[in-house]
Design a protein. Structure first.
Ligand code: SF4
Length: 413
């Protein structure tokens, strides 16, 4: 298949289908902003077939690749067929997988994506705006393919972050989520993540900032000081990957369980109500019963509130690929189930702590809301007169098996 040059055709319609992480979503927001500047009308209606369809792909796991391929195939089979443009991590990791899919008109390389999305103002579609401030990673975590696809660490310069941030505030967003592949590695001149946050917190207006995932060893004391600001959401995602020190060594992670536990306790000293979650990989090569037990035992000792659990899948081009996939699938599935049940129990216990308290939440469409400390709830009654994206204060109450919130302060612009 030959890639044909991308041509803008103002006045026509476009859609963007995105698979994967917040960073991909943030890049789709930038693309949306660019398409708007080119005069395209963005369509989301599943019944409407646009003239142009972008698929932003993911390759972090074998499943993410499968989902990306399925999405590309379904877009290519639309009738009438839109012009299909594929970009993101999959064409970088495995361009050969795209060769035999009829209907792809254009594939963007990483460089083509970068050159098109630079200096663009994002156009989010959600009630919370994602702001990409960093990309790339120079670590060597043995299981990770993404850092090989996205190159060396690169920070968006603070002045550019600031202008995008101001644009989002002026567009009416009140929660802004800072994202990056390795956000803690943000570094532009002498500006690190803590100083970038201080710069944004110095801006006027009603807003709050949420931080995407931060590697435990990059959560510095300077950052701990800055997160004390009440406008930094009481929600942190700190990847753990394993609660077994031997596995952390073989994964080439830069902390041990003792460091991790100390960090979580330090964060809770600064923000005692914080919701803290972690990624955990199960079934990594060498994870025997004893090491999995270490993970379970370690989790019992730390005040985490939820987990994202991933069954290990070997990824070509990673250091761990040569280790194969020795943990049997049923064993992995059982461990995934145990950890997800553990996570559900912790999440529910955490949510119960906040019944009858008041929290700030951002309104989402359909009467839903997300609190600063990552509790998802429904608003009762529905605040029809308050637009999605607005920050409000809610009194939390139980409603059947979930949480609900009553608006007690609709805030101001
Ligand atoms: S820190 Fe490790 S897991 Fe995260 S992107 Fe870098 S190499 Fe991958």
């Amino acid at each position: 298949m030959t890639a044909v040059p991308f041509a803008t055709e103002p006045g026509r319609t476009a859609c963007i289908a995105t698979v994967g992480c917040r960073l991909n979503q943030a890049e789709s927001d930038l693309l949306r902003g660019w398409l708007q500047t080119q005069g395209f009308r963005l369509v989301n209606d599943p019944g409407a077939i646009p003239d142009l369809c972008f698929v932003n792909t993911c390759a972090v796991t074998a499943n993410a690749e499968k989902s990306s391929l399925a999405l590309i195939r379904s877009v290519c089979s639309l009738n009438p067929k839109p012009r299909v443009i594929v970009f993101g991590c999959l064409p970088v990791r495995a361009p050969e997988l795209l060769k035999n899919i009829p209907g792809i008109d254009e594939i963007w390389t990483a460089e083509e994506k970068k050159s098109r999305l630079e200096d663009i103002l994002p156009a989010p579609v959600r009630s919370r705006a994602l702001l990409k401030v960093q990309d790339g990673c120079d670590r060597t975590c043995s299981f990770c393919v993404v850092r090989q696809l996205r190159g060396a660490p690169a920070a968006v310069p603070p002045e550019k972050v600031l202008s995008q941030f101001q644009h989002l505030l002026q567009s009416g967003y009140q929660e802004i989520v800072l994202t990056g592949l390795n956000l803690g590695r943000y570094e532009s001149g002498d500006c690190n993540l803590a100083r970038l946050l201080q710069l944004l917190l110095a801006q006027p207006g009603r807003f709050r900032l949420r931080l995407a995932s931060i590697e435990p060893d990059l959560f510095t004391d300077e950052l701990l000081t800055v997160i004390a600001d009440p406008r930094i959401c009481s929600h942190f995602h700190i990847p753990l990957q394993s609660g077994d020190d031997r596995l952390l060594v073989t994964m080439d992670r830069r902390y041990r369980t003792g460091d991790y536990a100390r960090l979580i306790n330090k964060i809770l000293q600064v923000k005692p109500d914080a919701c803290i979650g972690a990624d955990v990989i199960v079934g990594y090569p060498g994870e025997d019963e004893r090491s999995f037990r270490h993970t379970l035992d370690f989790l019992e000792t730390i005040p985490l509130h939820y987990l994202h659990v991933f069954p290990y899948s070997p990824r070509p081009q990673t250091p761990a690929y040569g280790l194969g996939d020795p943990v049997p699938k049923p064993v992995k599935q059982h461990r995934v189930q145990l950890l997800r049940q553990w996570s559900d129990r912790r999440r529910q216990a955490y949510a119960r702590r906040f019944i009858s308290t008041v929290r700030e939440a951002v309104l989402e469409p359909d009467g839903r809301a997300l609190t600063d400390n990552y509790l998802r709830l429904t608003c009762e009654p529905l605040p029809a007169e308050i637009p999605a994206g607005r920050l409000v204060r809610l009194m939390l109450k139980p409603a059947e098996d979930r949480l609900a919130g009553r608006v007690i302060d609709a805030g101001s612009g």
